[in-house]
Design a protein around this ligand. Structure first.
Ligand code: ADP
Ligand code: MG
Length: 210
C-alpha cells in the first residue's frame, strides 16, 4: 500500500469523523454520556496531524502507530478498543502489499483483539455489531473469489448491521446501565465503525463513493 494511499485513508477517516461528530455525540447523548463524537473527533484530528509521519512507515507499523495515537487521544471506552483494532491489524499485516485476503485476515485479527479487550461479542450493541458482519462479508466474498461489487456489498453490510443495533439491548459500556431502555437507538460506536468503513471503502474503491 503506497504512502499516498495511507495519507488518503487517514484524511478520509478523519474527514468523515469530523463531519459526523455531532451525530455521534447525539447518539451517545441518548444512551451514554454524550462524548463519543468529541472523543472520536479529537483522536482522528491528531491522526490527521501526524499523517505524514504515519504514512512514511511500512503499513504494519503505520497501523500500530495510528492505533497508539487513538488509544492516547480518543479516550473513553472506545479509544483503547479502536486502538486495539488498529494495533492488532498492524501485527497481522504482511510485509508485501496486502491482498484482499490479507485485509480480511488483518480485520479478523483486529476484531479478535477488540473482543478480548472489551470482553464483548456480537449482539451486545457495540462497535462489534458492525465490525463483525463486515469482516464476515469480506471473508466470505474472498473465500468465494467474488470480488465484483465487493465495495457495495461491504457498505451494505455495514449499513444493515448498524441499523440492527437499534433493537439490541446494550450489554457492554455505559449504555448497558440503561438495560431495556437502550433499545430504540443506534449504538454510537457501531455508527462510528460504519462511518470509518465507509471512508476506507471510499478511498480504496472510489467508484462506489461517487
Ligand atoms: P464511553 O462509553 O467511555 O463514554 P465512548 O462514548 O467514546 O466511550 O464510546 C462508546 C462506544 O464504545 C459504545 O457505543 C460501544 O460501541 C463501544 N463500547 C463500549 N464498551 C465496549 C466493549 N466492552 N466492547 C466493544 N465496544 C464497546
Ligand atoms: Mg460516551
Amino acid at each position: 500500500m503506497s504512502n499516498t494511499l495511507v495519507l488518503r485513508l487517514i484524511e478520509g477517516m478523519a474527514g468523515t469523523i469530523e463531519s459526523h461528530a455531532d451525530q455521534l455525540t447525539r447518539l451517545d447523548q441518548a444512551i451514554g454520556d454524550g462524548d463519543h463524537g468529541i472523543n472520536m473527533a479529537r483522536g482522528f484530528k491528531e491522526l490527521a496531524a501526524q499523517k505524514a509521519a504515519i504514512a512514511a512507515l511500512p503499513l504494519g507499523e503505520a497501523l500500530k502507530k495510528a492505533g497508539m495515537t487513538l488509544v492516547m487521544k480518543v479516550g473513553g471506552a472506545s479509544g483503547p478498543l479502536y486502538g486495539t483494532l488498529f494495533i492488532d491489524m498492524g501485527k497481522a499485516t504482511p510485509e508485501a502489499a496486502p491482498t484482499l485476503a490479507d485485509l480480511s485476515v488483518m480485520l479478523d485479527a483486529g476484531i479478535r483483539g477488540v473482543k478480548a479487550r472489551g470482553k464483548a461479542e456480537v449482539g451486545m450493541k457495540t462497535m462489534l455489531d458492525v465490525l463483525c458482519p463486515v469482516a464476515d462479508t469480506l471473508r466470505s466474498l474472498v473465500d468465494q473469489n467474488e470480488t465484483d461489487g465487493l465495495d457495495e456489498r461491504i457498505i451494505a453490510a455495514a449499513g444493515h448491521a448498524l441499523h440492527r443495533t437499534t433493537d439490541m439491548v446494550a450489554k457492554r459500556g455505559r449504555a448497558s446501565f440503561l438495560g431495556e431502555r437502550s433499545k430504540g437507538h443506534l449504538d454510537p460506536g457501531a455508527c462510528s465503525s460504519a462511518l470509518l468503513i465507509g471512508a476506507v471503502v471510499g478511498v480504496l474503491a472510489p467508484s462506489s463513493a461517487r
